[in-house]
Design a protein around this ligand. Structure first.
Ligand SMILES: NC(=O)c1ccc[n+]([C@@H]2O[C@H](COP(=O)([O-])OP(=O)(O)OC[C@H]3O[C@@H](n4cnc5c(N)ncnc54)[C@H](OP(=O)(O)O)[C@@H]3O)[C@@H](O)[C@H]2O)c1
Length: 338
């Protein structure tokens, strides 16, 4: 018998440094009856994303989560009760559920997930979801790659980075990844087939990176910022494009580690452009269609890191900042349907 209580994590105070349990309050709330046009979702996956650390702290491209509100996140679940004809009971849906086991919504911002594609539902929270769409448009639209060019990807073994690496290979690039362990580097070269991977924690990482890019770098897919960005900028060619996807090295710090090599953009007549996946939602079908095909024919591989301890959520999310996650980090809070 499933509980009718909604288990929730409420933002209690603005974080400094990494998240801890002090920043949140756990509560169990009664699930209220539905009104017309509303439906109830039993959430089974929550997406844990680096950007949530920013959402808890300050206004960004979305307003900061208010103190006292359920912590914001994407999630996926099943409709268990509905008074909205567009969302039938049993439908699998995705949207801003927040860190909670149930959500009542009128469907705004929610979409239905195909439950007959032959791919695991979790894939729609990773390579076929926001993660894959970010890598796809960030590389193709901002990076504008050409065959034979060299691409550097930071946080290359992560959720977004690993997809960006593989799209780079599909487009005929020489792909070099930066990652934080030998195991991650081996996965990138041996399993995903990229050309070289450098463990940035190695004392001679800079030398290894130079050797992996003998003809310089044309496209940088930047997830980390700081030292990673500086190393990549140190190797850019004339006309290089830097797609600034994320700056995770600064999210949990009072001050962002800056970049000292920005003047390289001048001498190399290169460009750096930030982008947001939100701006590509209207084109997401193109990305999902290509990524789905590439996954089916084995050209795009992925891994998911699915945690199950909902009570540990405020600490589990820190795996993204320590590098302990292996692939797209999810929190499973209910059993997904078969
Ligand atoms: N622009 C957009 O619309 C958009 C959308 C989604 C995500 N993003 C950004 O994409 C980036 C990756 O997100 P994700 O969800 O795919 O996470 P992820 O890469 O799966 O996990 C984060 C990884 O970042 C690396 N990392 C963390 N702190 C680091 C540091 N100080 N120095 C070097 N590496 C560090 C760790 O890998 P190692 O073990 O290799 O250190 C960690 O595993 C983030 O910056 C995120 O904000 C942007």
């Amino acid at each position: 018998m499933k509980s009718e209580l909604n288990r929730q994590w409420i933002l209690a105070k603005r974080p400094e440094g990494l998240f801890s349990e002090d920043h949140f309050t756990y509560q169990e709330a009664i699930i209220r009856p539905l009104q017309d046009e509303q439906f109830l979702v039993e959430v089974f996956y929550l997406s844990l994303d680096p950007t949530q650390r920013m959402w808890a702290q300050t206004d960004t491209y979305l307003p900061a989560v208010k103190i006292g509100d359920v912590m914001r996140s994407l999630g996926m679940g099943v409709v268990t009760k509905s008074r909205n004809p567009a969302f039938r009971e049993g439908a699998i849906v995705q949207g801003m559920t927040g860190w909670q086991s149930h959500v009542i919504t009128d469907g705004r911002g929610f979409s239905q997930v195909p439950d007959n594609s032959g791919l695991p539902l979790a894939a729609y929270m990773g390579p076929l979801g926001m993660t894959g769409i970010t890598a796809y448009f960030g590389l193709l639209d901002i990076g504008r790659p050409s065959k034979g060019e060299t691409l550097i990807v930071s946080a290359a073994a992560g959720a977004v980075g690993s997809i960006a690496c593989q799209i780079g290979k599909i487009k005929g690039m020489n792909v070099v990844g930066l990652a934080g362990s030998d195991a991650k580097c081996n996965w990138l070269t041996k399993e995903l087939g990229i050309d070289a991977a450098v463990n940035y924690r190695d004392a001679n990482a800079w030398q290894q990176l130079q050797e992996a890019c003998p003809e310089g770098v044309d496209v940088v897919f930047e997830n980390v910022g700081g030292k990673m960005l500086d190393m990549a900028l140190g190797l850019i060619n004339v006309g290089a494009r830097v797609a600034l996807c994320g700056y995770i090295s600064g999210y949990a710090k009072e001050q962002n580690p800056g970049s000292h090599n920005l003047p390289m953009l001048i001498s190399k007549r290169a460009s750096i452009q930030g982008f947001l996946v939100l701006d590509y939602v209207h084109k997401s079908r193109d990305a999902i269609s290509d990524l789905g095909k590439w996954m089916m024919d084995g050209r795009v591989k992925y891994r998911m890191d699915i945690e199950t301890g909902f009570k540990d959520l405020p600490v589990t999310i820190n795996k993204l900042f320590s590098g302990e996650n292996n692939g797209k980090l999810l929190m499973q809070i209910n059993t997904p349907p078969e």
